[in-house]
Design a binder for this molecule. Structure first.
Ligand SMILES: Cc1cc2nc3c(=O)[nH]c(=O)nc-3n(C[C@H](O)[C@H](O)[C@H](O)COP(=O)(O)OP(=O)(O)OC[C@H]3O[C@@H](n4cnc5c(N)ncnc54)[C@H](O)[C@@H]3O)c2cc1C
Length: 461
């Protein structure tokens, strides 16, 4: 419970934009995966940076946790409130503030979602390409250093955040990337604080404004699908194509189990077996050339049924199906929840990593379809567990931990894009060694009372 005087002070400032309703608290304690519900004591809906700063100041003075909330789609219990406190929901700070067309930049508030940002950009000929599937907020995406299906061609949030406005634990609002907000293409002026806050999961401060890099909308887009005899051939094809200089905008792997589910529940109509789903961006001629050359690389690796098309309808059908895949997989086992793995390894080791993961899942009693952004070396096993059978959750965590250890031994990481939150915390020491202690030092320097999203990302937080 938070102190009454804090509730009164917050209510005096925010009025009905402070919520203590039971269902709202429950909603802000929930996760999209297996993590138990951990609700805050109150939810604040600020409209300005000054209000965010005041919320933080009031909470910090009383040692009360403050947790940022974008759209709550993070998968490792990131935005839950294990120690209670006040969740700051950014949905009312969602404006596109300024599009700098010639500089290909946009200044935007953190609660704006990526889909709405792209809707607002449509007429300019520009786009924001980072696509984690879910319609996440740009503040949440920066805070998890998200990526998704388009990272191979365009990069991750790390490559797209030029500058930030951040409210620190002491209530100060600072700008990273210089006081102008990171408008210059490059800068050698001091520590890169922008990078420090990108991926900090709200443990160092709350992001109240972002300057993001944009790209031109492609003149032409083609989508392609190809079946492969096995995982190794599919990954081998991606490696060959990369060596040939073909960089698809999206390059997604789905294993046979995933295809079977998409056929049953989403009418995919694909032959059951591993597939690559691809998209190419460029000029009409460039897209046609890349699609044809990728097809030749696929044939060399035993690929079958390779087909590509530029019609918007076919593309939309394919990527809508891919974006729905997580929830379709959940529906394949009614009443289930999931432990979602997110390891990322050097692409040269990806085939063996996926094969070992698939063998471990096959030897276990729980289903675990595998899909992923294989051009980046990143795959996800969706380990489906019955909510009422704790032994299944334990088995899924065992499988997930084994995949992480395997990835780390291959030179990879526990999490390519989802982040640490609560669920990957126990892998951070092995992943970072002494550098994890340094993260703790940074945390304590910026948040000595430990009020910013406590319990996540660093040791003893
Ligand atoms: C179906 C599905 C598919 C997904 N696929 C992908 C994928 O392909 N790639 C990928 O990267 N992710 C994926 N995700 C995970 C998720 O969408 C991302 O982690 C996303 O970046 C979270 O954004 P959000 O707005 O929902 O943030 P939230 O979940 O609300 O918050 C995430 C973290 O950021 C903090 N935070 C939020 N806003 C702020 C702020 N303004 N300032 C400081 N901290 C803040 C929160 O406290 C929390 O720690 C997927 C999720 C789902 C449900």
């Amino acid at each position: 419970m938070i102190p009454d005087d804090l509730t009164r002070a917050l209510a005096a400032m925010l009025g009905d934009r402070l919520s203590t309703g039971k269902s709202d608290l429950a909603l802000h304690g929930r996760s999209e995966t297996w993590h138990p519900e951990m609700p805050p004591d109150a939810v604040a809906y600020p409209e300005t940076t000054a209000e965010v700063a005041e919320v933080v100041r009031l909470c910090a003075a009383r040692g009360v946790p403050v947790i940022g909330w974008g759209t709550g789609t993070a998968l490792e219990g990131h935005a839950s409130a294990p120690r209670g406190g006040v969740t700051v929901d950014f949905r009312r700070m969602d404006r596109v503030l300024e599009v700098l067309e010639e500089d290909m930049l946009v200044r935007v508030q953190p609660g704006c979602t990526r889909v709405r940002l792209n809707e607002e950009l449509r007429a300019t000929g520009l786009m924001f390409p980072v696509d984690p599937g879910a319609d996440a907020s740009v503040g949440g995406m920066a805070s998890t250093r998200a990526s998704g299906t388009t990272a191979l061609r365009y990069g991750t949030m790390r490559d797209h955040v030029r500058g930030l406005e951040v409210v620190l634990a002491d209530g100060r609002a600072i700008r990273t990337g210089g006081v102008s907000g990171g408008l210059a293409r490059k800068s050698s002026a001091g520590y890169d604080l922008t990078s420090l806050f990108v991926g900090a999961e709200g443990t160092l401060g709350l992001i109240t404004e972002l300057t993001l890099k944009l790209h031109g909308q492609p003149e032409a887009v083609a989508a392609a699908v190809c079946a492969f005899p096995d995982t190794a051939s599919a990954i081998g094809c991606v490696i060959d194509a990369t060596a040939m200089g073909i960089v698809p905008a999206r390059c997604e792997f789905v294993d046979a189990a995933t295809v079977a589910i998409l056929n049953d529940l989403d009418g995919a109509g694909l032959p059951v077996g591993p597939h690559l789903l691809l998209e190419f961006h460029g000029s009409d001629a460039g897209v046609a050339e890349a699609a044809e050359r990728f097809g030749a690389a696929a044939t060399d690796r035993g690929g079958a049924g390779y087909a590509w098309a530029t019609e918007a309808e076919a593309r939309t059908r394919l990527w809508d199906m891919r974006h729905r895949a997580y929830h379709t997989i959940l529906r394949s086992r009614p009443g289930s929840t999931a432990v979602v793995t997110d390891v990322c390894v050097p692409v040269s080791r990806l085939g063996e990593a996926i094969e070992r993961a698939a063998a471990a899942v096959a030897a276990s009693p729980i289903p675990g379809p595998i899909l992923g952004h294989v051009g980046d070396g990143n795959y996800h096993a969706i380990l489906l567990v019955d909510r009422d059978r704790p032994e299944e959750l334990e088995e899924a965590k065992r499988l997930s931990d084994a995949m992480v250890r395997d990835a780390q031994a291959l030179g990879g990481t526990a999490t390519g894009e989802h982040g640490v939150g609560l669920g990957k915390l126990h892998h951070m020491e092995a992943e970072h060694g002494a550098a994890w202690d340094v993260m703790g030092l940074v945390k304590r320097a910026l948040d000595p009372e430990g009020v910013m999203n406590p319990g996540k990302l660093v040791r003893g937080n």
